[in-house]
Design a protein around this ligand. Structure first.
Ligand SMILES: NC(=O)c1ccc[n+]([C@@H]2O[C@H](COP(=O)([O-])OP(=O)(O)OC[C@H]3O[C@@H](n4cnc5c(N)ncnc54)[C@H](O)[C@@H]3O)[C@@H](O)[C@H]2O)c1
Length: 464
């Protein structure tokens, strides 16, 4: 691996030198396929730098909104989006033919799993096929979507080569994983280093030089597979460490008398060899719940079982069920049957201060409550006015003293800053705190059940 330096472009010649020159001059036209959480920040950053940007998305709603200068990604500045659209620097279309003038094309389409948790790269294939229809000599394609090693070379390139042109000689290809962290106020596109892996040296240098226009530090690795694998490692690292503290929380609850959060706080005082992760109601979003399965699926093809990685995913997936069970346990202490009880979920999005609902732990919690006979479920989320679970549309409810008093249990799933927890606890019968956000409340601690610190349960101690 090496840090990209501008001197690297001196080694380019012919078509690749021409493209590098266009990038240097700000004349390269940038295409972005997939205008979502990943694609939109890329499109905006290049447009702000003065590049002409063409966005492609299958969603007519997104294309229409962007064409009107409307922003639909919460982290992006509405004025900035409107500004680059009004200046004609950013255009959007559903038609891949619009990509014809693009010199560099980023692909940032979804990579979900299917019902069996096997990778679904159909969006990448569709994007590759779409790009092939307007492919011409000298272009560079950079795949951003998180995926398993081999996707760029074995799956995307055959689609691009439907153009009749040859990857590596006629056009350039690289994989460069995305590190955007929606809601993060410190680390943003420009100051977050990025990795690129080209299919050949020119591809790697061109992809690094393109990224370097909007990102301060770009590292080049040997090939796309290394870059694809390192992205999975980043996300699986989080999954495994979250699973570890989740297991610790479950153990502290089982033992009683040990507050898991204080254990973690204490361990975090060690200045080396420890990194802080916190337990919670489960993992969510488009990355952490999915990416481990991309790797375990691939590993099985090589007769290799990723036991550790799969175990971590299993532990994390069990957390929403555990949280729902905590709610059921609290309700069962009240003089009401489960079918007559009412539960309120605070936060539908998968993490604080964002509106992304994908794979949110709230979904599994609601499923488990319904399975247990609790159908009177509401949610409140200042970021998400509507939430569809199991085919039913829920609407975010207002939190009034009267409405809060009606719930037999309130579950804090997502700790949005907008939630006034003192107010909520004051008016609620009980609150399950899965985020350790109630420790500093002045009143009502007796109503709080803290994940990872439950004292009241009779303890089972194994006799030997
Ligand atoms: N969201 C994150 O924080 C994040 C971070 C790092 C990596 N990633 C990865 O980046 C990729 C994109 O994620 P996202 O969160 O931006 O997804 P997203 O759903 O927000 O955006 C993807 C966009 O692609 C569009 N699309 C789907 N098929 C298309 C096609 N054939 N042609 C053109 N457009 C198409 C969708 O309409 C959507 O607007 C995924 O692989 C994800 O794992 C996401």
């Amino acid at each position: 691996m090496k840090l990209f330096e501008q001197d690297h472009i001196q080694s380019l010649a012919g078509k690749s030198e021409q493209l590098a020159g266009k990038i240097s001059q700000g004349d390269a036209i940038i295409g972005v396929v997939g205008l979502g959480y990943v694609g939109m920040p890329i499109a905006l950053e290049f447009a702000k730098k003065g590049f002409q940007v063409i966005g492609i998305d299958v969603s007519t709603a997104k294309v229409d909104a962007l064409t009107k200068g409307e922003n639909f990604i919460e982290d992006l500045d509405d004025q900035e989006v409107a500004g680059v659209v009004a200046a004609g620097k950013l255009t959007a279309s559903t038609d891949y033919a619009s990509l014809e003038p693009a010199d560099v094309i980023f692909v940032a389409v979804p990579t979900p799993f299917n019902a069996h948790k096997d990778p679904d790269i159909s969006y990448i294939l569709a994007a590759g096929e779409g790009i092939s229809t307007s492919m011409s000599s000298g272009k560079l394609v950079i795949l951003k979507s998180t995926t398993f090693p081999g996707t760029t070379e074995d799956h995307l390139i055959p689609m691009l080569e439907k153009s009749g042109l040859k990857a590596g000689t006629d056009f350039y290809v690289a994989f460069s994983p995305e590190r955007v962290d929606p809601g993060n106020k410190v680390w943003h596109t420009a100051n977050t280093p990025i990795v690129v892996g080209g299919i050949n040296e020119e591809s790697g240098i061109l992809a690094a030089w393109t990224n370097n226009q909007i990102i301060e530090k770009v590292y080049m690795v040997d090939n796309p597979k290394v870059a694809e694998m390192e992205k999975l490692l980043e996300n699986i690292f989080r999954s495994v460490n979250i699973a570890l503290v989740n297991e610790m929380a479950l153990l502290c609850e089982r033992m009683g008398g040990i507050n898991c959060w204080e254990v973690i706080e204490a361990a975090s005082t060690k200045p080396f060899g420890y990194m802080k992760f916190t337990p919670g109601p489960g993992v969510g979003g488009h990355c952490i719940p999915i990416d481990p399965y991309y790797l375990s699926w691939l590993a099985r093809k090589y007769d290799f079982e990723t036991r550790f990685i799969t175990l971590a995913a299993n532990v994390n997936e069990g957390m929403p069920y555990h949280v729902a069970n905590l709610a059921i346990r609290e309700i069962s202490k009240q003089p009401i049957s489960l079918p007559d009880s009412k539960v309120l979920i605070l936060g539908a999005s998968f993490k604080k201060n964002v509106k992304d609902l994908r794979h949110s732990p709230s979904e599994a919690i609601i499923h488990r409550l319904i399975e247990s006979g609790i159908t009177n479920i509401s949610y409140s989320d200042p970021w998400a006015p509507e939430y569809v679970v199991a085919g039913k549309t829920y609407y975010s409810v207002e939190l009034t003293p009267e409405s809060l008093a009606e719930y037999n249990c309130v579950i804090l799933v997502t700790d949005h800053d907008d939630f006034d927890l003192q107010y909520i606890v004051d008016h609620s019968k009980c609150l399950i705190d899965t985020r350790n956000k109630t420790g500093n409340l002045e009143r009502g601690q007796e109503k709080v059940i803290l994940l990872g610190n439950i004292d009241s349960r009779p303890k089972l101690v194994m006799e030997h």
